[in-house]
Design a protein around this ligand. Structure first.
Ligand code: HEC
Ligand code: HEC
Ligand code: HEC
Ligand code: HEC
Ligand code: HEC
Length: 325
């Protein structure tokens, strides 16, 4: 970095985080001579990683502690067990694959930059080391699937991924959840929004839904064609439903009827795990009533198993129809 850039950086730092990193702004032979900066809040990252910061700011990771759904189910975090992953200390503190410890500061930051990027020695962990900016050290392990696994295997998402062709082909969580982006300054990065089941395009990319007529039956095929784990994955609340209704020659439609539900039941609920593993197809064969001229089919995603079609927790993923005349 040249001297003007270095002093511009210094100004930025001064305005953003006070005098803490004063040493960095001093023109000198190399910033490596200065003590590496120490960070105590994600807001300190914004000065130099603004666009990335805004991505994370809009993410469910950022929301993890303020999320009204989580607050409701944790009795406003009076259930202390919930805080360990929804307001965590850096994962490197407890070590990969070990349960994180709860943090009691910066509630609005939830799962923050420091959670994933602070290494055991308090330095920033990146994929490669540098003496510029925050002077990151290389720690690819912390940023690998094992990092995600530390919090995301409670409901076996990581195990499901390991059992899939994606793991064998080296397609990691980040290939889908941190796609490559070109930022305003032209640099290549990884998107930090972590889109999942709250985003329609992401949800639709999980499945294909087809129906056809075959020997007097309606055959409906749902394929997990795009999720790198079971569909729906994670939380036991999630459900994916196949619905049908039949229409007669007079245009009269029957009520919508559920023919199949993909779901991992609650622990105290009877029934098997019917989540659809990566790459697999589930087939429903339906016998239409004799007077039906058309079958209409829908695939719904539900954030919780009690949501009706009208509920905002339900998202219509696909609809299709089959002529029966
Ligand atoms: C003073 C500006 C500055 C601040 C503040 C800053 N960074 Fe950086 N950061 C940089 C620069 C510049 C680079 C690129 C270094 C290089 O490529 O040589 C970088 C690189 C990184 C990398 C490594 C990227 C890679 O290629 O692997 C990570 C991770 C990172 N920063 C995270 C953070 C986090 C988290 C924070 C806040 C806790 C933070 N940074 C604060 C300037 C900063
Ligand atoms: C081992 C770490 C861990 C613990 C402990 C934990 N969670 Fe979570 N929680 C997660 C992860 C990871 C997700 C994201 C996966 C998902 O959305 O299905 C999540 C998601 C959620 C969601 C869905 C949020 C949304 O907007 O859809 C709710 C609600 C939730 N957790 C409630 C709780 C409650 C209540 C507790 C305590 C009883 C708790 N969690 C304890 C890791 C944890
Ligand atoms: C310290 C624990 C922790 C780590 C590490 C972690 N997550 Fe999460 N993640 C969570 C929690 C908690 C949530 C749920 C937040 C909420 O909705 O309240 C979540 C939510 C998500 C979601 C769902 C977002 C949505 O809107 O549905 C995705 C996708 C995700 N994480 C991917 C990843 C990936 C990929 C990694 C590894 C690079 C990772 N996470 C690392 C705790 C963690
Ligand atoms: C091939 C692409 C792909 C890969 C690889 C992948 N995912 Fe996903 N993920 C998806 C899609 C599509 C969805 C939305 C459908 C769903 O919820 O199952 C999703 C949903 C999620 C959710 C939201 C679930 C919820 O209920 O809130 C989490 C969390 C998540 N993935 C974590 C991971 C983790 C951790 C890994 C790596 C072990 C991973 N994913 C690998 C495509 C992928
Ligand atoms: C849930 C974990 C997680 C959180 C939270 C997180 N990161 Fe990252 N970050 C990663 C992973 C994993 C990679 C490496 C992705 C890859 O290349 O495979 C990464 C890559 C980066 C990079 C290099 C790629 C790029 O886009 O420039 C920078 C810089 C960075 N993170 C900074 C930050 C900052 C700043 C924050 C907070 C605003 C943050 N990260 C929050 C996991 C996280």
């Amino acid at each position: 970095m040249n001297a003007p850039a270095r002093s511009a950086l210094g100004l930025l730092l001064l305005s953003a985080v006070g005098g803490l990193f004063l040493t960095l702004s001093r023109p000198g032979p190399s910033s490596a001579d200065a003590a590496p900066p120490r960070f105590t809040s994600s807001t300190e990252c914004r000065a130099c990683h603004e666009e990335l910061f805004d991505e994370w700011d809009a993410s469910h990771h950022r929301l993890a502690y303020e999320n009204p759904e989580v607050r409701r189910l944790s009795d406003d975090f009076r259930n202390k067990e919930c805080q360990a992953c929804h307001l965590p200390r850096p994962i490197a503190e407890t070590g990969l694959l070990n349960r994180t410890l709860p943090r009691f500061t910066r509630p609005s930051e939830g799962v923050d930059c420091l959670t994933c990027h602070l290494d055991g020695s308090g330095r920033i962990a990146g994929l490669r080391a540098s003496d510029q900016g925050c002077a990151p050290v290389a720690n690819a392990d912390l940023l690998s699937v094992r990092g995600c696994e530390t919090c995301h295997n409670q409901h076996k998402t990581t195990d499901q991924w390991r059992a899939s062709s994606y793991a064998r082909d080296g397609i990691t969580c980040n290939a889908c959840h941190m796609p490559q982006v070109t930022r305003a300054d032209g640099s290549l990065g990884r998107k930090h929004v972590f889109e999942g089941c709250h985003e329609l395009d992401m949800l639709r990319s999980a499945a294909t839904f087809r129906a056809r007529r075959e020997a007097g039956e309606v055959v409906v095929e749902t394929t997990n064609s795009g999720a790198g784990h079971n569909f729906p994955t994670e939380e036991r609340h999630r459900a994916v439903d196949v619905l049908v209704r039949f229409v007669d020659a007079a245009g009269q439609a029957s009520a919508w009827e559920r023919v199949w539900r993909f779901r991992q039941p609650y622990r105290d609920e009877p029934g098997e795990n019917t989540q659809l593993p990566a790459g697999e197809t589930h087939v429903d064969r339906l016998t239409p009533p004799p007077d039906a001229v058309r079958a209409e089919l829908r695939l719904w995603y539900r954030l919780n198993p009690y949501a009706t079609d009208e509920d905002e927790a339900s998202t219509l993923l696909f609809e299709t129809e089959v002529a029966l005349e």
